[in-house]
Write a protein that binds this ligand. Structure first.
Ligand code: IPM
Ligand code: MG
Length: 370
C-alpha cells in the first residue's frame, strides 16, 4: 500500500521528544507489519521552535499542520521559556494550532486499565472499570475571549482582564459531538458549567437543552455545576459516561479525571474540527500531560499517553479501528506484565525506562499480531 496519508509530528519540548521517539517505533512497526503507512514530516513547536526560529510556531509549520491529514504532538513548555512575554510563550504555539485548525472538540477519555487499579490514589472499587469521556470545548471561552490583557492603573495598581464568552453555535457544535459519542457508548451526557454565577453558563445550559430537544432526545442528558462535577469525579466517577464542558472547566476536570486512571502519563486526547464536504476533519492528537521538565532526559517518562494518542488518531482520523485495538491491547499486555515507568510503578511491578517500555510494547505487538 502506498502512503497516501500525511502525518505531521511535532514532538515539542521536555519529555515530548522522548515519548514521541517510542511512538515512531510503533509507527514504523505498523508500516512494516500491517502496511499502515504515512507520509511523515517532523517539525518544531513550542520552546524548540522559539530556540530555532524565535517563535513558538512558524507560519510554515502552521501551513503544514493545516494541510496534513493529522497532527501528532508531544508536549510544549518548560522553565527555560517561563520569563518570555505572554504572546511568545511555548504554549501560544499549541493554542494557535488549536485555534487556526478550528479544533473545537477535545476528546479526553479517562479509562482505568485493570492492571492500574492500584496505581490510582483512589480506592480500587471507586476506579475499577472506569471509562468516561470528557469532551472539552477547545477554541472558545476564557482562553481566547476579548478583551484580555493587563493594564497599568498608575500608583502601583494594575488590572488584569480575561473574558469568558460563548455563542450559540460554539455551544451547539461541541454539544453535538458529545451527544454523537454518547450514542456509541452508554448513551448519557452530563453537561458541566456554572449557570449559578455566569451568564455564559446560563446560555450553555439553555443551548445544550435546546439541541437535545431538537435532535438528541434519545440520549439521557443531565446538567451539573462544574464544582460539583469536580467533587463527583472523586466521589463516584463511574456515574458519568460523557461529560461536556467549556474550555477552562474542561482543562481542570480532565487533569482530575486523568489521575483517576492512575497517572497523567496514561491519558491521550484527540482534538477535532468540523467535518468538511469530503468527510474529512482536521485533527490533532496529543497526550494530556505536559512537558514534565522535572524528569526530562532521565528515561523516566511514560510514553503510553503519547502512544494512545496515536492509536486515537488511527481510530478517529483513518478509521483503522482494528489497528487501534491492537495497540490498546499491547498497552494492556505491557501493564499486566508489570512493566512500568516510574509514574505507575507499584509493589510487585518493575520500573523500566521509557525506551524499555517501548521495547515491551513492540514485543507485545509482535506477539498479539501472531
Ligand atoms: C492542556 C494543557 C494546555 C491547556 C496548556 C499547555 C496550554 O494544560 O492541554 O490541558 O491549558 O489547554
Ligand atoms: Mg491542561
Amino acid at each position: 500500500m502506498t502512503a497516501n496519508r500525511s502525518l505531521l509530528i511535532l514532538p515539542g519540548d521536555g519529555i515530548g521528544p522522548e515519548c514521541m521517539g517510542q511512538v515512531r517505533r510503533v509507527i514504523d512497526w505498523m508500516g512494516e507489519k500491517r502496511a499502515v503507512r504515512f507520509e511523515v514530516e517532523e517539525d518544531l513547536v513550542g520552546g524548540a521552535a522559539i530556540d530555532a526560529h524565535g517563535t513558538p510556531l512558524t507560519d510554515a509549520t502552521m501551513d503544514k499542520a493545516l494541510s496534513a491529514d493529522a497532527v501528532l504532538l508531544g508536549a510544549v513548555g518548560g522553565p527555560k521559556w517561563d520569563d518570555l512575554p505572554f504572546e511568545q510563550k511555548p504554549e501560544r504555539g499549541l493554542l494557535r494550532l488549536r485555534k487556526d485548525m478550528e479544533l473545537f472538540a477535545n476528546l479526553r477519555p479517562a479509562i482505568c486499565f485493570d492492571a492500574l487499579v492500584s496505581a490510582s490514589t483512589l480506592k480500587p472499587e471507586v476506579v475499577a472499570g472506569l471509562d468516561i469521556m470528557i469532551v472539552r470545548e477547545l477554541t472558545g471561552g476564557v482562553y481566547f475571549g476579548e478583551p484580555r490583557g493587563i493594564e497599568d492603573l498608575g500608583g502601583g495598581e494594575r488590572r488584569a482582564v480575561n473574558t469568558q464568552v460563548y455563542t450559540t453555535s460554539e455551544i451547539r457544535r461541541v454539544a453535538a459531538v458529545a451527544f454523537e459519542l454518547a450514542r456509541k457508548r452508554r448513551n448519557r451526557v452530563c453537561s458541566a458549567e456554572k449557570a449559578n454565577v455566569m451568564e455564559s453558563g446560563v446560555l450553555w445550559r439553555q443551548e445544550v437543552d435546546k439541541l437535545h430537544e431538537e435532535s438528541y432526545g434519545d440520549v439521557e442528558l443531565s446538567h451539573i455545576y462544574a464544582d460539583n462535577c469536580a467533587m463527583q469525579l472523586v466521589r463516584n466517577p463511574k456515574q458519568f459516561d460523557v461529560i461536556v464542558t467549556d474550555n477552562l472547566f474542561g482543562d481542570i476536570l480532565s487533569d482530575e479525571a486523568a489521575m483517576l486512571t492512575g497517572s497523567l502519563g496514561m491519558l491521550p486526547s484527540a482534538s477535532l474540527g468540523a467535518t468538511d464536504e469530503t468527510g474529512r476533519r482536521k485533527a490533532l492528537y496529543e497526550p494530556v500531560h505536559g512537558s514534565a521538565p522535572d524528569i526530562t532526559g532521565q528515561g523516566k517518562a511514560n510514553p503510553l499517553a503519547c502512544l494512545l494518542s496515536y492509536s486515537m488518531m488511527l481510530r478517529y482520523s483513518f478509521d483503522l479501528g482494528a489497528e487501534a485495538d491492537l495497540i490498546e491491547r499491547a498497552v494492556e499486555d505491557v501493564l499486566e506484565q508489570g512493566i512500568r515507568t516510574a509514574d505507575i510503578v507499584s509493589e510487585g511491578t518493575t520500573e523500566v525506562s521509557t525506551e524499555a517500555k517501548g521495547d515491551a510494547v513492540l514485543a507485545a505487538l509482535d506477539r498479539l499480531a501472531g
